[in-house]
Design a protein around this ligand. Structure first.
Ligand code: TRP
Ligand code: ZN
Length: 502
């Protein structure tokens, strides 16, 4: 099976910030003693080696309650824009209530929030002051927060959310579409539409409530709790609105949160073991999507058989128009597809629900634990359904005859899966294809029975948690005592260049 390669990255951010980032992980940058309490400022990053500003130190979010009211931008863009008239009508007016636990005494703490306007900010019901600098929203509560205490931050904000271009050149954050908008967050897009601790290491539960003009739909993660439409004259400005309340009961990383607003054909079914399936498809993509999406319950069953119990309380998909985003994404419960998906991509994004969404990387360096697994799931699906065996796929990659052109085949060896060369390359083929090759090498070493014990056991051991590459190698070694994985780790996982033996 041959396929085309992903986008070639265009930007190369430096890793010079690495040492700085590591220093920041200590979480303490200053000390002050309001009222005799020894409290510090939470750091402006959690020390991610690739995204040093992502996340914040000093607290741990347990729940996000997001209340979003969206009004489509009806400004005629063909008219000469006159920004001197003042700000545009906000397309998004929102309140985020963030419940968190202070992991240290805090005089100030940061939230990640890029763009939009902050209108008010309260901590535990009292006005707090704030300053903004780039993606950092620094909050100073009226009194210091005590270590171990739970505190609630309420941010009211409005404006038109930004589209963020990530280091590999792809667009994320808030993406306007022909009939609405789309929020996608990997790796740093969530900070464009809600303030938070925007790093995969801090997962939380969510309530996401979206109010849209009547006639539009709003789809998000988790389960739809209610859908209520106001009568004429009741809504803001007398325009009838519909409010969709989504609830996410299992922990979710910020990058997996999504909102899709527009017109969708909604299909609600259940799998054979009773799991709710909620599928939203742009009517323009309905015909082209029908056959593949009809296979979703069967893919879920196959994945549960191979990967173990499904970690969430609903599944589904969101299909928007081709071009609404430049990639598919494993948004929790409900993966997103730009245009009708093919079966391999559906298998890939659903496999991420186990590997990525439930077992989430500790930092963006551990991306291969997401993409290597999801890619290997595609190989296994093909093998089980009359396509190439995983061995054949592995061999084609090793020979350099897998992709349509040589540059893509060579790119597989550009860097080790466990050490992407920079933030611009975390979604390159060493992370995907070579990551999958590592899993295949493990399978060849331990045999099929033990291999499936390992992939299922890994999903169970870190269910709803975070893990890194060292956790994974230790787990594999524990599960296969007496086997030697030294060469696989050294040459395939951490080694530069193409390993000498397939
Ligand atoms: N995770 C997506 C997938 O493979 C791809 C992707 C979208 C991605 N945006 C990204 C990967 C940003 C890394 C960074 O299904
Ligand atoms: Zn993926």
């Amino acid at each position: 099976m041959s396929r085309s390669a992903r986008l070639v990255p265009t930007v190369t951010p430096s890793l010079l910030n690495l040492t700085l980032a590591v220093a920041l992980t200590l979480g303490l940058t200053a000390c002050s003693s309001p009222g005799g309490v020894h409290a510090a400022s939470g750091s402006a990053g959690v020390g991610d080696p690739y995204f040093p500003k992502s996340g914040n130190g000093g607290y741990d979010v347990t729940h996000y309650d997001l209340n979003l009211a969206y009004t489509p931008d009806t400004t005629d863009s063909s008219e000469a824009s006159d920004t001197s008239d003042g700000p545009d009508t906000p397309t998004l007016t929102a309140t985020a209530t963030i419940t968190a636990r202070a992991t240290t005494a805090l005089s100030t703490f940061d939230l990640d929030f890029q763009g939009m306007k902050v209108n008010s900010l309260m901590v535990d019901g009292k006005k707090a002051s704030w300053t903004r600098s780039g993606q950092e929203l620094k909050v100073r509560p009226s009194s210091a927060l005590r270590k171990g205490g739970t505190f609630r931050t309420t941010v009211r904000y409005s404006g038109t959310p930004e589209t963020i271009t990530d280091p590999d050149g792809s667009d994320e954050g808030w993406l306007p579409t022909a009939d609405g908008a789309l929020a996608l967050g990997e790796p740093t897009g969530s900070m464009a539409w809600f303030p938070g601790n925007d790093h995969p290491s801090d997962k939380a539960t969510y309530d996401i409530t979206i109010t849209v003009p009547k006639g539009l739909q709003a789809v998000s993660n988790g389960e739809l709790r209610s859908e209520t439409t106001t009568g004429a004259g009741e809504g803001a400005k007398g325009v009838p609105t519909t409010t969709y309340r989504w609830h996410v009961p299992q922990p979710m990383a910020t990058y997996l949160a999504t909102v899709a607003i527009g017109h969708y054909d909604i299909t609600r079914t259940t799998t054979r073991n009773g799991l709710p399936v909620y599928v939203a498809v742009d009517p323009q993509e309905a015909e082209a999507s029908r056959k593949v999406l009809a296979g979703l319950p069967e893919i879920m069953e196959w994945e549960e058989y191979n990967f173990g119990p499904y970690p969430f309380s609903s599944t589904g998909a969101i299909v928007d128009r081709d071009g609404d985003a430049g990639y598919a994404l494993e948004t929790q419960n409900r993966p997103f597809f730009p245009g009708a998906p093919d079966t391999a991509t559906l298998v890939h994004e659903l496999a991420h629900q186990w590997y990525g969404d439930s077992v989430t990387p500790k930092t963006w360096r551990d991306m291969w634990l997401n993409e290597g697994f999801a890619t290997y799931a595609e190989w296994l699906w093909a093998e089980d359904h009359g396509g190439d065996t995983a061995q054949q796929t592995f061999d084609a990659l090793y020979r350099g005859t897998y992709f349509d052109d040589k540059a893509d085949d060579d790119a597989v060896w550009a860097f080790p899966p466990a050490m992407p060369s920079s933030a611009a390359h975390i979604s390159d083929s060493p992370v995907y294809e070579r990551g999958a090759m590592v899993l295949h090498k493990i399978r060849r070493t331990v045999g099929d029975a033990r291999f499936y014990d390992i992939v299922q056991g890994w999903a169970a051991a870190h269910r709803h948690g975070n893990a890194d590459t060292a956790d994974f190698t230790a787990y594999v070694e524990k599960m296969a005592p007496g086997k030697d994985f030294g060469g696989i780790w050294k040459d395939w996982l951490y080694g530069k260049g193409k390993p000498a033996r397939p």
